[in-house]
Design a protein around this ligand. Sequence first.
Ligand SMILES: *Cc1c(COP(=O)(O)O)cnc(C)c1O
Length: 432
Amino acid sequence: MDLFERAQRSIPGGVNSPVRAFGSVGGRPVFIERARGAYVYSRERDYIDLVGSWGPALLGHAHPAVVEAVQKAAAKGLSFGAPTEAEVTLAEMVITRVVPVEKVRFVSTGTEATMTAIRLARGFTGRDLVVKFSGCYHGHEDALLVAAGSGVATFGMTTSAGVPAGAAADTLVLPYNNREAVSDAFAQYGDNIAAVITEAAPANMGVIEPLSGFNAFLQRTCTAAGALLILDEVLTGFRVSESGYWGLEQDDHPYRPDLMTFGKVIGGGMPLAAVGGRADVMDYLAPLGPVYQAGTLSGNPLACAAGIATLELADADVYQQVDRASQAISQGISQALAAAGVAHHIQRAGSLFSVLFAEEEARDYEGVMAQEQFRYPAFFHAFLAQGVYLPPSVFEAYFVSAMHTDEIISRIVDAAAAAASAAAAARDPRQC
Ligand SMILES: *Cc1c(COP(=O)(O)O)cnc(C)c1O
């Protein structure tokens, strides 16, 4: 029996996270056996990987120093349910790199981190409302699985069955990059808003660059109203710079989020995430404060070992290499698409990029949805057939690692020509 068929018998859809099922690009998911550097390997062949485990593989897969750190930690025991030095060391590393973070609580997933941040903001402010932006993803907790209804500012509609209307009723959804919508929402509901949560740079609807000063504006608006700004850096943190997307903005538009969330790179491929921020807010967490939060495997010693080893290696050189590779790959893809006559825009935020199949840069979810999505499956499969593994959805960022060398970049750029032709030949199924 084929592995995907076997998987579908025992696992819903055959996968443990929906995008892996290739639902939006069609075809059968590739089952990975192992990974190293810029490559992932199925049983049959190798692929140059531009998914990077959805972000963690900043240094490339299975970096020897990270693997060794995990092996050493494993030999000492897998989990103790008691404090360890590794947690303290990693917390100190985060605090050193990201100035607004004065204290850190480790959890196991990004979902848990944002869920904790929301509860903490509500507990700290004594308010219920949370503002989020349309198209931003913060994990799958009820209060944030909410999309905008019609109109500019709306109380959310749930985007998943099983989320009670009540869980979404306290979430206000606004269009991204829209200061006016934010000001209006605060004018109307400011006294009840506990927090604004935003991706530091949205990268879960494709990549969207925040307009210059937008995050700083959010901070000012929150502070003036007694609300907290939660900057979600689960994806961008330690990926786009040593101090995340926040770090990239501080020269031009300094601001200090009240809370920040981290995941993906911080665990170097192990299940680890964190919420951090102002000490007075963080001390509202149990056991010091009244906001309850806990986790059997939180701060797991193997995960902390992987995180420490990853952050130790993620120096200025690494970020420079990733930036350079990201530029070269996206330019090569863009040139191939232009040569094939495909309308497109490279959406970029730091070293993150995605390909938008539209002429005009997208600034919000509406812009993203207006693209020629139907071109992506052909584009994706043409790359895959040539041994390049792109994110299996047009709404995901491309993740480059420090192991994407010039030779690997050339192979991607060479493959782009056929992928661009396939995208050019794709037809909108709604029009035939
Ligand atoms: C991935 C992601 C999350 C959720 O993290 P999980 O570890 O998948 O639960 C939250 N916020 C952002 C911005 C993310 O990219």
